[in-house]
Design a protein around this ligand. Sequence first.
Ligand code: RFL
Ligand code: PHB
Length: 489
Amino acid sequence: MTDSISRRPATVGVPLALRAESSAQACFICDEAILRRLGIDLAHPGVMPFSVPPEQPPGPFLDIHAGDWETSAMLAFDPDGAGWPDPPQTPTQPREMKMKTQVAIIGAGPAGLFLAHLLKRHGIESVVLESRSRAYVEARVRAGVLESGTIDTLNNLGLGERMMREGLVDNGLDMRFRGRTIHLDLPGLTGRSVKIYGQQEVVKDLIGARVAEGDPLIFDAEVVRIEGPETASPRVHYEHEGVARTLDCTFVVGCDGFHGISRAAVPEGVITTYTRNYDFAWLGVLVKAPPIPDMTYTNHDRGFALCSRRSMSISRLYLQVPASDRPENWSDAQIWDELHTRMFDTDRTEVKEGEIFQRDMAQLRAFIASPMQYGNLFLAGDAVHIVPPTGAKGMNMAVADARVLARGMAAYFSGGSRAGLDRYSEECGLRVWKTIRYSSYMTGLLHRFNEHSPFDRGMQLTELEFISQSEAAQRTIAEQYVKLSDVAD
Ligand code: RFL
Ligand code: PHB
C-alpha cells in the first residue's frame, strides 16, 4: 500500500512500536501524542486515531508527514463524519522530541548496519542514528576484502545477492621483495578464499534494505550525549534538523568509529586503552585501469605499496607515505612513478595506468579499548579497536563484533538472561587481540620504518626469505588472512 500524499510505501519510516499490520497490509499510527505534536485537532469529527489497530481499514486514509518519520501520522477518514481534518500548513517543530526503542545504534557504518539487520532477524527493534548524510556514507571509500564470515553473514541476511554477482573471488595473496614474488595460494593452503567487494557497496546494500523495509535509520542525526549508560534505561541525546531529540532504550551500541562519542561516555578509569601510532599513512587511489591479477603487497627500499582491485576495470592502489603528507601533494605522474618502482615493474607494463578518479589517505594505528562494555552501553567495530589496514581486517572485525552482540541480545530479549551479553567483551577479546597481532605483524613485515637500522632491515628481508621457502610459514599467514574473524552465531 502506498500513502496518499507522498506515494511511498505506507510502512516506510514508521517505528515498529507504533505500527501494526492489518489484513490489508495498511499501517496505522496509534499514538495520540504524535497527532498532538503534528498540531492535529483530536476533537475534529473526521479524525479517528486508532488506539487498537482495526482488522480492516475503516475507510480512506490521510497520511500526514512533518518531514521526519517519527512525526508521521495516518488517520482514517470517517465518511459519515465532517470530512478531512485540515493538516497543519507548517508542521510543528517541538523543541525536543522523544522516542523509544529496544536498541539504540550509533553509527551507520558496517558495525551498526550489520547489527541492526541481525537484531531484526531476531525480532529486536533498533533505531540507527548516523551523523552524516546517506550520500556521504554510501560514497566513503574504504575496505575491500571480505572474509568468509562476513560473506556468510551478508548471505544469511538475504542481502548478498549483489555481492555474489559483482564481487570478485580472490584466491591469491602475493608478497614482493627484492624483485621476487611469494605467491600464497589461499584455497590450496587453507581451503578458503576471500572476496573483493568494496565496503561502500556493502554499506549501500545494507542501507537500501533497511530503508526498503521501513526500519528506522536516521541520517544527519548527530549523537551528542549518552545519558545513564550504566542504568536500566539509557537515553541517547541527538540533534536532527536543528532540533534536540532523545531516544530511550534498553541498550545503546556505540558503532560510531574511532572518533565517535560512545567510548568517551564511559567514565575515566573503567576502560584501558592500548595504542600504537605509526608515523606513516596510506595514500589510496581508485583508477580506471585493469588491475594486476592477484592482490599484491610489496616491500621496497622506498616503502610499501599495494595493488588491489574493485572490478576487472577498476584498480585500488595504495602507497606508504609519511603521516604528515596530503593526497594533493602528489601529482598523478609521481604516483605512477612510485607505484612502478615499488612494484619492481621497471618496464612499467605490469601496473596499468589510467585515470585516477578518487584519492584518500588513512593514518595507520593499532588501538584497542577494553572492556568493550559499560553497563548497558556496548562498543563495536572501530569505536573500540582499530587495526592497521595491512591485514584487511577492520570491517571483518566489526561484523564479527555485531554477530556476537546480536547473539547475546537475542538470548536476552527472548529469555531474559543477560549472561551472554555480559560475556561480550571477554568473548571478543582474544579474537580482537589476535587480529591486532596479525595486522601489526603484516605491517611490520612489509613497511619501511624510519627507525630501522641496517640490522632491522636485514631481519625484515630475511623474514620474507624464510616465508618464501616455508610452506608452513605461508600457511600461517594465509590462514590468518582468510579466517581470523570467524565467530559462531
Ligand atoms: P565506521 O565505518 O567508521 O562507521 C562509524 C559511523 O559512525 C558515524 N558517527 C556518528 N553517528 C552519529 N553520531 C555521532 N556522534 C557519530 N560519530 C560517528 C560515522 O559517520 C560513521 O558512519 O566504523 P565501523 O562500522 O566500526 O566499521 C569499521 C570499518 O569501516 C573499518 O574497520 C574498515 O574500513 C577498515 N579497513 C578494512 N577493513 C577490512 O575488513 N578489509 C579491508 O580491506 C580494509 N581496508 C580499511 C581498509 C580501512 C582503511 N582506512 C580508510 C582506514 C583500507 C583503508 C585504507
Ligand atoms: C583494498 O582492496 O582496499 C585493500 C586490500 C587489502 C588490504 C587493505 C585494503 O590489506
